[in-house]
Every structure is written in structure tokens, then in C-alpha cells.
Design a protein around this ligand. Structure first.
Ligand code: TRP
Length: 600
């Protein structure tokens, strides 16, 4: 149960819903809430506005006509907004009010936000899909002619703040159309003391979905879009917004003590920084339960850059350290749906990329690589169960799909979700359906697996555990995104030693002093220096890295020297990769992609 008050600013593109809940509502509940609100909009109910002496209004209806959109105390004549059966609320008399609820167009809940000041509250940012015409005040005035009688008003159901709404049942408390005359968005809230216990439904927090509005300069991270603020992506904020957990030194210690080896440098140095239920998975593993790894790649380009390899290098470490089976999904279907590419080209790119993936050192007898195009039939039973358990509104809420996105896109999340469940691989796992699953991924993939974790209990499956990486910075620095179409923004696994040298020297953003003198005097900012950041990912030796950090920060070391060290390290890694890739032939790919029992 939760209390919901919806205020729609009819002049603004953004409106805000506040609701009182103790736990974050599930995607399901939010989708239903969205339906409820949109039903009110679709019903195009008349919105009445009449004015009443303030003291009289308070005497008649009590304080419940007020919410957090305050009516200044010097205003003695209140505007009262009334929607039959739904809403009864005080506004300033000059508030711009739409004549009918339909004026706002459809409403999409875009984002939920934990409001730390009002603990236990969630602010939902909703966006109004249509651009709204200015409210028809003339119509509103005309409607006042049909004012409800005092008796009708007195007989109203409990006022918004007192009327509980279960998002599971379709009765909105209020969908009012009260806008301040400034036309901005409003936040409406009910006293926290009136909060009812929220549903205990365990759930993932709803993500920041598609791009925010212009008014909303927050960072956007989803599978198709990464927009960072001035200082790059704020990963702590991402952890809070997404509702995942930071990887703590304790957790890294646990990994080291279970695997009896040093944690991978990607883990030690915070490139993998966040997780869901990793601690739980490890606990169960220690008690004797088995798990498998699942990761994937959307094949959209022929050659990969260093950033593309990171999840695979990390997954390879996990496979070796835990000695576990692994499935790797090539989402040729996804790239066909999202990019301007021929289907067969996506399929071909998948098989080419498989060679680079294999070159990361996976164990053939424990690894299954599959193309969605090839393996779909085997997954279809699970895909169907997932599709049946997720509504259009849910994927719309999670991924920001709109009515003009093709239906292939809307169906795809179930395809990426299915490999999270062991019964998708009956041959590989020899019919064992009780394996747990751990999914290494870049953080932008989290929305897929939030959805997956939400449906898992409905299907009586285990929720997969997740481990997230940060984005790998472009040579030009944290503020820019590494892009496959911009050859100079990244180092490719196909680059020659000479071009690696040239790219790093020429393009790697420097946090050092502009001249040798300035560098000697002030030292470098290693936080933004790309050469140093890359070293943290690629230089294995902790001691050497720390020496470079100290010397470069103090000015004892120059940018050119740091870059020279990085060039040598990257040339070595790329040469090793190229050697290993040569060994991965079409036949090797076929063997990895064969449907067969895995060893575990
Ligand atoms: N969607 C991912 C991409 O575009 C590919 C992918 C599929 C994936 N399944 C995955 C990535 C599981 C990480 C984990 O690259």
C-alpha cells in the first residue's frame, strides 16, 4: 500500500509525483501506477476551480486541502481545485489550471529517486509525452458554473493524503491539474506521518530510463546512452540511483581468500566497482553451491578496442580463479535491431569478435559461445516465460521505449535475460538447473538485469548476481566517450606498435603541467591524466604503479615518461593479444560454439 498524490503541471514538460513508500516500489507497481494516472488523463475529467475564503475552507475541509506546494499565508482567498471523486486541493487563486485532465497528454514515469531528506519517500520524475497547450482557462472558468454543491464536496471520499492507493489496484487518489502560475514543475507531498506500510515486494529500484529532459541535467546511463556531467560519470551516484552495492575491500578480501589468489587488478583498482548479491553468491558457493558465469557482446564492429576486452579479460580471470563454466552471448539480433546493419553482417561480426574473445584465454571445455541467431530456438522456452511475465509498461519504464520503437526492441530484453537462468543450457549444464549465475558486465547493462532479477522469482528461478565495471575512458579523457567510429579516441587490438605510440603521445589527455617547468613545480593531476589512468588498468605491478603515482604527482616524473611506460605496457598487451588471436581460427570458433556438455 502506498499513498499517492499526483500533481501535473500543465504548462511544463515535467511533472513530479511524490509518494510515500517504505521500500522502493517494484517495476510492476510503478507500471500500474503509471496506468492508473494515465487512465485519469484519458478519462479527460473536468477540473473545477472555485475560490473560497481561506478560513472558511479550512473550517469546512481541514488541513488536508494543503500539500507541500504551499499557499502563502498572506493569501486569504484560496483557489480550490476539484476533480470529482479524486482531488480536492488548495492552490493560489491565480494558479493556471487546465480545464480537463486530458490536457496533459500521457504520462511516463522516467525515474525514481530516493529522497534522503524525507526518508522513505520516493520522488518520481514523470514526463508528459505530448507537449501541452497552455491550459484553457476560459474553459475552466466556464466549468466553475457547474460547481459541485457543498453536499457533494462534503461527501467526498477521504482527501488525497489520507486515501491509500495500492498501485496494484486501479484507483488513483488524485490526479489533479494544479500548476503554479510560473508553470514550473511542482512537488507535492503528504505528511510523512500519514505513511502507510509499503508493500514488502522485494524489488530493484527503477532506473533512470531514457534521456532526461532539458531541465534535468543529471547524468544518463542506459544501454544506449551515456551522458556524463562535467567531471565524468559520478559512479557513487550511479550506485545510489541504480540501487546496487559498492564493492568493498572486505568483499575483495573474501574473493581472495576463497580463490586463494590475488584479486585481479581490475578489482583491486576499482574498475569493477559495483555489484548485486555478489556477497550472497560467494556465501552460497562456500557452502557448496555451484555457479556459472554469463557475459556477452553486441557485435557491431569488426575490431575491438581495449575497452571492449575489459569484461572478457575479467571474466577469464573469474573462470580461472573459481574454475567455473561460462556462457557468452553474441547479440547479433540486438545490433541488427538497433543499428543500421544487415542481419548477416551482424552474424559475421559476431563470429569475428568471437576470435578476439577466445584470445582472452577462455577454457574451451568450460566455455560456450553462442549467437542469438543460432541458439534462439534452444532459449525460446525461457524467453517466452520471461516475455509473459514482463509487461510493455515495464520495459517502457526500464528502457524508455516509445511507441515508435519497433517491436523487436521491446522483445529483446527477454533474449538478453534468458541466459541468466541455467535451464537455458540443458545440454551444457547436463540438465542441472540449480546452478547460480554471476554476470560480469559494464554498468550500462544493469537495466537488463534489473528486469531479469525482477522476473526471476515469478518464474521460480534464482536471481543472477551481477558485477559491474566502470566505463573505460577515451584517450581524450573522462569527459569523452570512446567511440568505435573515432579511430583516435581508442587503442584498437589491431593497432600496430607504431600507431599505439603515436596515439598515446598525441592524444592521451594529460593531467601534467603544460610545460616541463610547470610540471616540475606543481606536478600532475593523476586523477584526470589518461596515461596514468590507463596504467592503473594495465600495469600489473602495484609497487611500480605507486612509485609512478608519487613521482608524477610531485613533478619528479614528466608526462612523456609516464606515456613512455604506458606505451611499452600497451604494446606488450596488444602484441600478446594479436598472437593469441592468430591461433583462433574459424574451426576454433566452431568448437567453442558447438552445443555440448561443459566440464565442471
Ligand atoms: N547487450 C550487450 C552489448 O551490447 C551484450 C550482452 C548480452 C551482454 N548479454 C550480456 C553484456 C551479458 C554483458 C552481460 O554489448
Amino acid at each position: 500500500m502506498m499513498f499517492v498524490t499526483v500533481y501535473v503541471a500543465c504548462e511544463a514538460v515535467l511533472a513530479r509525483i511524490s509518494l510515500v513508500v517504505q521500500v522502493s516500489p517494484s517495476i510492476d507497481e510503478l507500471a500500474k501506477l503509471q496506468d492508473v494516472v494515465n487512465d485519469v488523463v484519458r478519462s479527460n475529467l473536468p477540473i473545477h476551480l472555485f475560490s473560497l475564503d481561506r478560513s472558511e475552507a479550512e473550517e469546512l475541509y481541514g488541513a488536508s486541502i494543503y500539500d507541500s506546494a504551499p499557499v502563502p499565508s498572506d493569501i486569504s482567498q484560496l483557489g480550490l481545485v476539484y476533480i470529482a471523486g479524486l482531488e480536492f486541493n488548495a492552490v493560489t487563486p491565480d494558479a493556471a489550471i487546465a480545464a480537463r485532465t486530458g490536457a496533459v497528454g500521457s504520462i511516463v514515469i522516467k525515474k525514481t529517486k530516493y529522497n534522503s531528506k524525507k526518508r522513505g519517500w520516493l520522488d518520481l520524475t514523470v514526463s508528459v509525452a505530448q507537449s501541452n497547450a497552455a491550459p484553457d482557462l476560459a474553459q475552466a472558468v466556464a466549468d466553475v458554473a457547474q460547481l459541485p454543491t457543498q453536499e457533494t464536496i462534503a461527501a467526498l471520499n477521504p482527501t488525497p493524503a489520507e486515501k491509500p492507493v495500492s498501485a496494484g489496484h486501479a484507483t488513483p487518489t488524485a490526479a489533479a491539474a494544479a500548476a503554479s502560475s510560473s508553470g514550473g514543475s511542482q512537488s507535492a507531498s503528504a505528511p510523512a506521518g500519514k505513511a502507510a506500510p509499503a508493500p514488502a515486494a522485494p524489488t530493484e529500484v527503477l532506473p533512470a530510463a531514457a534521456a532526461g529532459s532539458a531541465a534535468d541535467k543529471e547524468q544518463v546511463v542506459n544501454p544506449w546512452d551515456v551522458e556524463a556531467g562535467e567531471d565524468g560519470v559520478d559512479y557513487d551516484k550511479l550506485i545510489r540511483d541504480f540501487g546496487c552495492s559498492a564493492i568493498t575491500p572486505d568483499l575483495i578480501n573474501t574473493v581472495e581468500s576463497i580463490t586463494k589468489r590475488r584479486a585481479h587488478r581490475f578489482l583491486r583498482r576499482g574498475l569493477f566497482f559495483s555489484h548485486r548479491d555478489l556477497g550472497l553468491l560467494l556465501e552460497r558457493y562456500v557452502r557448496g553451491e555451484k555457479f556459472y558465469l554469463y557475459t556477452g557482446r553486441g557485435p557491431s564492429s569488426e575490431s575491438l578496442h581495449m575497452g571492449h576486452l575489459i569484461p572478457f579479460q575479467f571474466t577469464q580471470y573469474l573462470q580461472e580463479a573459481f574454475d567455473v563454466p561460462l556462457v557468452i552471448q553474441l547479440t547479433d539480433d540486438e545490433k541488427f535491431l538497433w543499428k543500421d546493419l544487415e542481419l548477416e553482417e551482424c552474424y559475421r561480426l559476431g563470429k569475428e569478435n568471437a576470435k578476439d574473445i577466445i584470445a582472452c584465454g577462455f577454457k574451451e571445455n568450460k566455455t560456450f559461445i553462442f549467437s542469438d541467431l543460432d541458439y534462439y530456438g534452444h532459449m525460446y522456452r525461457n524467453i517466452l516465460s520471461i516475455q509473459k511475465a514482463v509487461t510493455h509498461n515495464q520495459v517502457k519504464g526500464i528502457f524508455g521505449f516509445t511507441g515508435s520503437d519497433c517491436i523487436g526492441k521491446q522483445a529483446f530484453p527477454a533474449t538478453q535475460a534468458a541466459p541468466s537462468f541455467p535451464s537455458t543450457f540443458p545440454v551444457h549444464f547436463k540438465g542441472q538447473t540449480n546452478l547460480l549465475c554471476l554476470i560480469p558486465q559494464a554498468i550500462d547493462q544493469d537495466p537488463y538485469f534489473r528486469m531479469t532479477r525482477d522476473v526471476a522469482p515469478k518464474l521460480k528461478f534464482e536471481k543472477p548476481a551481477l558485477i559491474h565495471s566502470k566505463f573505460f575512458p577515451a584517450l581524450q579523457g573522462h569527459k569523452t566517450k570512446m567511440s568505435a567510429s573515432q579511430a583516435n579516441s581508442a587503442i584498437y587490438v589491431t593497432d600496430t606498435a607504431a600507431s599505439i605510440k603515436k596515439k598515446i603521445n598525441k592524444f592521451a589527455f594529460s593531467g601534467g603541467g603544460a610545460t616541463e617547468e610547470l610540471q616540475r613545480e606543481h606536478g600532475a593531476n593523476t586523477e584526470v591524466d589518461v596515461a596514468f589512468q590507463y596504467l592503473t588498468f594495465f600495469l600489473e605491478d602495484d609497487k611500480e604503479l605507486e612509485e609512478i603515482r608519487v613521482d608524477y604527482s610531485s613533478g619528479a616524473m614528466l608526462t612523456g615518461e609516464v606515456k613512455a611506460r604506458l606505451i611499452a605496457v600497451v604494446q606488450g598487451l596488444v602484441a600478446d593479444h594479436q598472437e593469441a588471436r592468430k591461433l583462433a581460427t574459424d574451426e576454433t570458433v566452431e568448437r567453442f560454439m558447438a552445443i555440448r556438455e561443459l566440464d565442471f
